[in-house]
Design a protein around this ligand. Structure first.
Ligand code: GUN
Ligand code: FE
Length: 451
């Protein structure tokens, strides 16, 4: 049994039943008939055995009648973490999947994103994306917004209002010739990033933080990248961008930055690879580049739906894990058409099987390993693993209450199944109908409270 030293009046609620989560040692740890207490700050105060109820209720001072008992087909799992999602692109998700990356950006993405200086439009889309992702069990999201500072601040406010844990980035791009007005000068980009970070931090939202966001190397000058690296370093900020998503992009980067050894080297030279950096994709990184990720502590976001939908490439996850590079899952809405991390889990498993089809020696990922990527892995990739990612005592209680047999839901149970099978069925077949409650930092955020 694990406990933290808490005063006896501190417990907000206690739940009893099956808990599943990942640890560094075990991709899937199943705790049957467990008892978990959440304190008044939303942190996990203890996790023990259900049969220990009497002793725990005495030492933590809660009434044993006030314990919520999970049903037979229910379990708690850690909230899922979307390490890469473009909030404005939610407005066209599920469409526009007929082009490779660079044409796709020019044809669909930039024209849509340029509309977000309109705060009314931004409010509508950002409210929808925060609600949709929360309902689908995303307790933490790492968002790209657009170049517009005020709309990006609004995204932070909306995430805070609905109680989602979020990193929010105002996008920086001082190079783009495809869509008029959807680019900034280098000075503007730096100044507005400064203002964005300052204003967002001043709000003191407990769960929402800024992230420095150069869009990707081709849309930024080296001078801007260097300034952003400096700003992140001086203020210990998170950093996010894209890297080596598609081969045409990789070739273009070589032309634009002829003096750099590799795509990774460009970011590295500009101080943009730190242990608070998350880079999306990395499908075409060399082993040398992965070593640089490992050495700097920078992480990758695996976005399999997007990689398939835009025909970008297939990330060799096993090789990334063997290099001990931190890795999480991302939806990459709208390059990926689904806003659900459950979809990312399935696409990650499919992609891994494609690699096994191509090379039978390739060791396919197990569903337990991908479950870990969706939860603990994501928290590590975002350097938030001291706060979230699993049910370790002292972390915030970010959790999904899953009912595999939810009435009207997508799963039929034929017989009494063990928790491991229940989790596997949920990951492969489940959807938001099975996610009956969502907690972030101990607060129930789904179902939504009435306004
Ligand atoms: N690279 C630069 N911008 C983007 C974007 O918006 N989506 C994806 N998938 N890749 C990018
Ligand atoms: Fe992206």
């Amino acid at each position: 049994m694990e406990t933290s030293q808490k005063s006896v009046t501190d417990i907000r609620f206690v739940c009893r039943g099956t808990f599943v989560h990942s640890t560094a040692e075990e991709a899937l740890q199943i705790l049957e008939d467990a008892l978990l207490g959440v304190d008044s700050k939303g942190k996990i105060a203890f996790i023990g055995e259900g049969t220990d109820l009497q002793r725990l209720s005495e030492s933590f001072g809660f009434s044993s009648c006030a314990v919520t008992q999970l049903g037979q087909h229910e379990f708690f799992m850690p909230g899922m973490i979307d390490t890469h999602i473009h909030a404005p692109q939610y407005s066209y998700t599920g469409t526009a999947l007929d082009m490779p990356l660079l044409q796709w950006l020019n044809t669909y993405t930039f024209p849509v994103e340029s509309r977000f200086q309109d705060l009314e439009f931004a409010k509508k889309v950002y409210t929808q994306v925060v609600k949709r992702t929360l309902r689908n069990g995303t307790t933490t999201a790492c968002y790209f917004a657009t170049i517009h500072t005020d709309a990006s601040l609004l995204l932070g406010q909306i995430a805070n209002d609905f109680g989602q844990r979020a990193l929010v980035g105002k996008v920086c791009m001082d190079r783009n010739d495809s869509v008029k007005h959807y680019k900034e000068s280098s000075e503007e980009s730096q100044e507005e990033t400064c203002r964005f970070v300052k204003e967002l931090l001043n709000k003191k939202y407990p769960l929402v933080k800024p992230v420095v966001t150069p869009r990707f190397a081709p849309s930024c000058t080296e001078a801007l990248l260097a300034k952003l690296g400096e700003m992140a370093k001086n203020n210990k900020l998170h950093i996010q961008s894209h890297i080596s998503e598609n081969l045409e992009e990789v070739e273009w980067v070589k032309e634009l930055f002829p003096n750099s050894e590799s795509y990774t080297d460009i970011y590295h030279k500009c101080n943009l690879l730190t242990d608070k950096t998350i880079m999306a994709h990395g499908c075409h990184l060399s082993d040398e580049e992965l070593v640089l990720f490992r050495e700097t502590g920078a992480a990758l976001s695996h976005c399999p739906n997007s990689n398939i939908s835009l025909c970008s490439g297939v990330l060799n996850v096993r090789n990334v894990l063997n290099h001990k590079v931190k890795l999480g899952l991302g939806t990459d809405v709208a390059g990926g058409y689904s806003p659900s991390i459950l979809d990312a889990v399935r696409r990650a498993l499919d992609s891994s099987k494609v690699l096994t089809i191509q090379d039978p020696e390739y060791k396919t990922l197990s569903f337990e390993e991908v479950f870990r990527l969706a939860t603990l892995g994501g928290s590590q990739a975002l350097s938030l693993d001291e706060r979230t990612g699993n049910f370790q005592v002292g972390k915030d209680f970010d959790a999904l209450r899953v009912n595999v047999a939810a009435p009207g839901g997508p799963i039929d149970l034929i017989q009494n199944e063990k928790p491991q099978i229940l989790l596997e069925k949920f990951l492969n077949l489940g959807d938001d109908r099975n996610i009956v409650e969502v907690f972030v930092a101990g607060k129930k955020v789904v179902p939504f409270s009435e306004p």
